[in-house]
Design a binder for this molecule. Sequence first.
Ligand code: GDG
Length: 517
Amino acid sequence: MDQDHDVTEHETGHDEERRAEPDVRRLVVVSNRLPVVLSKHDRWQVEEGSGGLVTALAPVLRNRGGLWIGWPGTSEEDGLSEALADATEGIGYSLIPVHLTEQEVEKHYRGFSNEVVWPLFHDLQSRCNFDPSYWNAYVEANRKFARVIADNTGPDDFVWVHDYHLMLVASQLREMGVASKLGFFLHIPFPPLDIFVKLPWRFEILKALTEFDLLGFQTMRDRRNFVQCLRTFVGPAESCGRGQVCEIATEEKQIRIGAFPISIDYHAYEQEAGSHEVAESAWHIHENLPERQLILGIDRLDYTKGIPDRLEAFRHMLEQHEELRNRVTLVQVVVPSRRGIPGYEELKTHIERLVGEINGQFTSQTGWIPIHYIYRSLSRYELLGYYRTAEIALITPLKDGMNLVAKEYCASSTEENGVLILSEFAGAAAELQKWALLVNPYDIVGVSNVIYDALHMEPGERHRRMHRLRQTIKKHDIFWWVDSFLRASIAKSLDSFPVVEDYVPEAETVHHREESP
Ligand code: GDG
């Protein structure tokens, strides 16, 4: 496993600041989805989302003329552009929609993004559906994004594109004559050569990625995989530079490639975990599960998260250690996700069958039920209540770009008595390996043994480990992440985007431009 991700201050790019770079006026963020929650009653209501990315990027966009470009999450266009333009005033940056038809969403988002790239990049090639019509839709949808970017940005803007849905955008922008600086961050892993090689469009994707000026990956392992694929399919590529960011030169181009492990708003989690509402939620959880150690699993419904293997490991532990029955409860939260994509409904059925079997096997006369299964999204207070209450977090993805739940659990463990059990194959393991208990999620006996060890860990050791985990995450939080990406790409730090005095939202102008062909 990858042991080599250790970012030091020196490597994060104070040198970057010294590079002479053109002055960048505005930040333009592009992601598959706009960071808003839309609902329609008589008219559209637009609420700003609350994810980590929004929290981190909003301050750089707000009142600085920033733009966020993305699909609004609906194919219904009536009145939507106006509603988004109105929302701009409230949130302080422009929301610019990329309209996709139902057919495009089907083939670009559900098809190519989630039935080809998602499984392949998580090393699960047997789950891929390499339907050629998905590729055509992916190219077309990326072109639509590129068109909207080209129409709404100028040469002084820095365009930061996010994730695997939009890997072709830079090459299409260059074809359209856009010369602005372009950065890209991949939130999911980049697979090793022998897996990537299976992709029928491997050459096109690699070539397109090299049109970005900076490519960001979650870990050194992902970065290394990318460079190896580049050398194999695009040709000799010289690399130079040590540490987090390196330069790589192909025959045609020079690009910067870096590892930037994404993180969370540590202080927000720490503070909220101590709030009255969270304390109340934690109290209710304890009240219903008295005198038991709580093990927590929280995941989107996804086959990459390793939920069935985790349930089997828990079953194995209860089989081996009768004395733990009645004394330990696994709370498994599964958040509904990607409805309509093949495999997800079957996974849900599989998980629910396993939960039923295990509960049927062990539920006792005293009323103890080994697994509390929750299939819905928790409110923020509930989520933090579970983070604060659980003695152990059991996070065992088969592969994961980073896994933010692991970091959120630690930030919320304000009493520093929780134990983090973490898959070797989560990106977070590279940073947290020294203080988490690492497991191979495929090894059911091994995971079962580690759960047993965690349940019996001395308070002193729990505290020591959790303290170090929290320090690591605190030091490299989401603001550090944005900062190091911006420094590496445009030699600017988070707070060097000037607030525009007398800022007037561009809602009107943006709206008209977006409507133009
Ligand atoms: C992708 C990559 C990478 C979960 N349940 C509830 C809830 N959540 C929130 C968590 C966390 C987020 O969802 C899940 O983030 P993860 O990082 O764990 O996983 P992915 O969704 O797969 O994200 C991943 C990430 O991008 C960022 O780069 O780390 O590897 O796959 O923030 O808190 N939130 C609420 N209720 C829930 O029930 N409110």
